[in-house]
Design a protein around this ligand. Sequence first.
Ligand code: CAA
Length: 260
Amino acid sequence: MEFNNLLFEASEGIATLTVNRPKALNALNEATLKELQCCFAGIQNDPGIKVVILTGAGEKAFVAGADIAAMQSFDALAAREFARLGHAVFNLIERLPQPVIAAVNGFALGGGCELAMACDIRLAAENARFGQPEVNLGVIPGFGGTLRLARLVGKGRAKELILTGEMIDAREAHRIGLVNQVLPPGELLESAVKMAKKIASKGQVAVRLGKEAIDNGLEMDQDRAARYEAELFGLCFASADQKEGMAAFLEKRAAHFRGR
Ligand code: CAA
């Protein structure tokens, strides 16, 4: 796949996507959002890709937000269309069958923080900075920040970040549960690949159903979520991977999963 604002590479079942506009600190304009949409739409139908890693080009930024220069002249309807495009792309990422790991290598602000939050797991370099600084521009988050930040870190902390527009460092983001791990910058991608390989080595039916159970279950009340989990647990037993995984355990050997 060839893009202007994205780099894509895939090897051993792991796709790495790099938002590549370093001169604008990888800010998301319409073209970049559409490229992300096209790339993830391809990935979701590619059984050869088991895990995706998403990162930003350069050493300074993951993504410094939606593109302010592009947004400056929007009227209300254009702004609504832009927000709808962002939601469509980030929902696609969140609902991708494969797990997506954000490797946050610098500023993750506004739309960048929202992009990281649409991923399943966030690894951050020690120099990463997070925030929803939209109030400084006279707007609110438009790509899911008000929903996903509140769900990830709780209503009070989400309001503090969104209403003050303050940035936090990677350690604070880790403390409040916004990121899973903080790593030295030189180890970030290597750690993301290591985690991706670990996930890719497991039964992929179970990996995909586990992601689905958590995402959909969180939107249900506890009784419905429990019934839903039981359905998906049952579904695992229709897979060759379940038979292989349990036989391998009992025969004291490594499992050879086939992803079906
Ligand atoms: N949009 C467009 N261009 C951006 C950008 C953005 N979000 N962030 C940075 N850039 C550009 C700068 O304009 C600058 O371009 P020039 O070299 O052509 O002047 C270049 O990237 C480098 O940026 P700085 O010179 O500002 O770098 P710095 O190290 O001094 O500061 C920063 C870094 C703190 C991240 C600062 O760039 C900044 O505050 N960026 C904006 C962050 C922001 O407000 N993001 C939210 C956007 S709104 C949003 O995302 C809404 C939504 O939810 C949909």
